[in-house]
Structure formats: C-alpha cells, structure tokens
Design a protein around this ligand. Structure first.
Ligand SMILES: Cc1cc2nc3c(=O)[nH]c(=O)nc-3n(C[C@H](O)[C@H](O)[C@H](O)COP(=O)(O)O)c2cc1C
Length: 402
C-alpha cells in the first residue's frame, strides 16, 4: 500500500448500496483507511450502522448538523481524503455533482476537495442510457472526475444490460491502483513486462486433461505490482478463477504450446524489458489428443506422453536482451534445483519457493521465497501475503533492468 491510503467512500441511493459494505471491507483488507459518507437516499437501502460497525468510525450523513461539524466537519473530511469514491453513484447524485450542487453533504465535500474523485454509476439500463444521465456523466468527466464504466449483465430489476456496479474486488483494485499512482515511486515506469501465470491444461480427450494445482495467485499479484510500479503489463494466463487486474492486457490460453505461441506473439512487435514466468507449465502432454471421449473398457489405460516446449527457456534464448525471471516451485532440494534452473535456462534471476509447505504453497494467500540473481546476489523474503511479496520482488528486480 502506498503512503496515500485514506478513502472516503460515498454511498448514494441505489440498490447496489449493499455491495458497498463488501467494498468497504475489501478496501480495509488491502490496508486502506475508510470513512463512509451516506446520502439521504442511501440510508433507505443500508443502515449507517452497518458501515460504522465495519469501519469502526461514525458515518457522515448530514451537512447542516452542529454535532457533526464540531467533529470532522465537511471541509475537514474533504481535506482528510486522499481519494473519494462514490459507489454506487445514483443518477440523482451524478446530476447533483455535475451541477456543482452544495445543497447536501456529498456535493459540498466534492466541491471542497482537492483529492481525485471516482464515481461508479449504478442504475437500471434505461436510466443509464438516458441522454440526461449521459450528459451529466460527460459533465462529470469535464470537471476532472473519473467515471468507472458500469458492468453489463442481469440487473436487480430483472433487465439485462449495462448499469451494474462493478464487483467490490474490482472497484477496490481500481482505488488501490489510483492511490498507488498518487505518490509512489514508479521503479518500472516506461518498462514493458510480460508475465505468465496459472497452470496449463493438456487435453487427453474432449473431457479429460492433465494439469496441476497452480491457481495463478502469485502471477496475478505480480501483474498488479508491476502495473502499480508504472509498467505496461501483458499477462498470458492459463485457466484460473481470478479477475484480470484492471489495466493489464491479458491473453487466456489452455496448453503449454498455446502459452508459448501467445508469448512469442506478444514479443513480436517489441521485446519486453522484463519477463516473469510464474506459470506452472505442464512438462508433458499426450502425443495426440483423442477427438472422441475414451470409453472405459479396459482395466488399465496407458498414456503416451511427449515433452512440452519449455516456454521460459525458449523466450530466454530468443530474446536475450529481456531480463528473464523464473519461478522454481519445488518440494525438495529447493535451492539446488532453483539454482540449476537459473543457469540452465540463462535467466537473470529465479524465485525459489517450497510448494510442499501448505501455508505458502499452491492456493495459499501467503508466500515466502528466496530470490537468486545470476550475479550471485540473493534476497530472502519472509512469509507475507502474495501481494506484498510481489511488491518486494519488483522493487528488488527493477534495479537490475537496463
Ligand atoms: C427500490 C429502488 C431502487 C433504486 N435503485 C436505484 C439505482 O440502482 N440507481 C439509481 O440511480 N437510482 C435508484 N433509485 C432511485 C434513487 O434511490 C433516488 O433517485 C434517490 O433520490 C437517490 O438519492 P441520492 O442520490 O441522494 O442517494 C432507486 C429507487 C428505489 C425506490
């Protein structure tokens, strides 16, 4: 988390207001200090007590309230925030902000703040498409505020279309990325980074496959860390149950050969400055994927396996000017195998982790790794959440890029 971490979450009156309780929790989990402001409309949907209990702070609701002004008044609130997020932003609230209205607390705080203001509109698809709402949104953008495009899909009212508030995790990520860009040093500013993540899936027949336990969490955490460090990030990912980090280009692949092809394609226009290979690429695939489902007839089934291409070694050989970082997920003689890979594949560095430990292995929230550089330097990172490990790795690797 950057030094700027104070977010005023302004909740206005829409059905998506309940999602903002999850959003508050998500932001706090990421280390953000959250204070909540609710419009009169919002209080018809969710009680201030919910947010007070979640954040541990009184919720700001009224402008012309002596007690509230004696505490953290509207100007102080406007000064306190490093960022203001209006989520959900109702059509009515959008109209008020577009007009510069100071009739209520939210509008007044927005007029008084110098912090960036982000709005997540959420409403019925016809309301969202209404020219009056769109005109107000255009005005909001002209005022220098940022609108977060609503999602499309099934709405609370039963309609299907654009107008849904993005999920709390997505909004939280957008906020964190904006906070990071406020003050943080950007050690990867202007750099292009390629990251592979997740498992690969090698078809046996149309219903069966060979794969592994990789969840992609470390790779996705690195993609976010590189993005927040100022890099232009491309992610090539095997099948995982994770949201693509906002602002990251992603190609989804299945097999090891698909992954290699996607990486080579990404490198064609312009080689990358840094490539981090976290993907658990299957070493073997079946010689031929059978087009029809193999029927259960015999007691035994033998699979004829052939070796897959080595994605990282191939890229390291073809693009020697890129700084390549490998991941060695080992269960025994971890350091020895990791250092072996570092030399064999001609990498710039290797991150070595012991996946035999259930507290830091596949699917775990935490990790603990040792980073070995080809020059002999090493860095041990003690157990911490993967997002934190990712940031530490990036800060350690960045000075090694030419
Ligand atoms: C059940 C119900 C659901 C509503 N959902 C939304 C919504 O999703 N988005 C929206 O812009 N307005 C919605 N409205 C209308 C707003 O609540 C209304 O315009 C209110 O005045 C907004 O106040 P505020 O902007 O001060 O919070 C809804 C109203 C009702 C009764």
């Amino acid at each position: 988390m950057s030094e700027s971490k104070k977010v005023l979450l302004a909740v206005s009156g829409g059905i998506a207001a309940y999602k903002s309780a999850f959003l508050a929790r998500e932001l706090m989990r990421a280390g953000v200090e959250v204070r909540v402001l609710m419009t009169h409309g919002a209080r018809a949907f969710v009680q201030p007590l919910t947010f007070q209990a979640l954040t541990g702070f009184e919720v700001h609701t009224d402008l012309l309230d002596e007690t509230a002004e004696a505490g953290m008044g509207h100007i102080e609130l406007a000064r306190w925030a490093d960022l203001i997020l209006v989520a959900p932003a109702s059509a009515n609230t959008i109209a008020r902000i577009a007009q510069g209205s100071a009739e209520h607390l939210l509008g007044t705080v927005i007029l008084a703040t110098s912090a960036p203001v982000l709005l997540a509109p959420a409403m019925n698809k016809h309301m969202w498409a209404n020219p009056a709402v769109q005109r107000n949104c255009a005005q909001i953008t002209e005022l220098g505020h940022e609108l977060i495009e609503p999602d499309a899909g099934l709405q609370a009212c039963g309609d299907v279309g654009a107008g849904r508030m993005p999920e709390p995790e997505v909004l939280s990520e957008i906020v964190i990325s904006r906070l990071s860009s406020l003050h943080r040093a950007h050690p990867l500013e202007g750099k292009r980074v390629l990251i592979t993540a997740g498992p690969t899936v090698e078809a046996i027949d149309p219903v069966r496959y060979l794969s592994n336990h990789s969840t992609g969490m470390m790779g996705y955490a690195l993609a976010r860390a590189c993005r927040d460090a100022g890099a232009d990030v491309t992610l090539v990912s095997g099948p995982v149950a994770l949201n693509v980090p906002v602002g990251v280009k992603c190609t989804q692949v299945q097999s090891a050969r698909d992954m290699l092809e996607a990486c080579l394609k990404a490198c064609t226009d312009q080689p990358f400055d840094l490539m981090i290979a976290t993907a658990a690429v299957a070493d073997y695939r079946t010689r031929e994927a059978v087009p029809q489902k193999i029927k259960k007839s015999q007691d035994e089934m033998l699979l004829d396996l052939v070796k897959n291409p080595d994605v990282l070694a191939t890229l390291a050989e073809q693009f020697p000017l890129t700084f390549h970082v490998g991941f060695a997920a080992e269960t025994q003689r971890v350091e020895e195998y990791a250092k072996g890979k570092l030399g064999d594949k001609k990498l710039g560095a290797i991150v070595c982790n012991d996946v035999s430990r259930s507290d830091i292995g596949f699917g775990a929230v935490d990790n603990a790794v040792t980073l070995y550089f080809a020059g002999g330097e090493s860095l041990e990172l003690v157990k911490a959440p993967k997002d934190q490990i990712a940031k530490q790795l990036i800060f350690a690797i960045a000075p090694h890029l030419s």
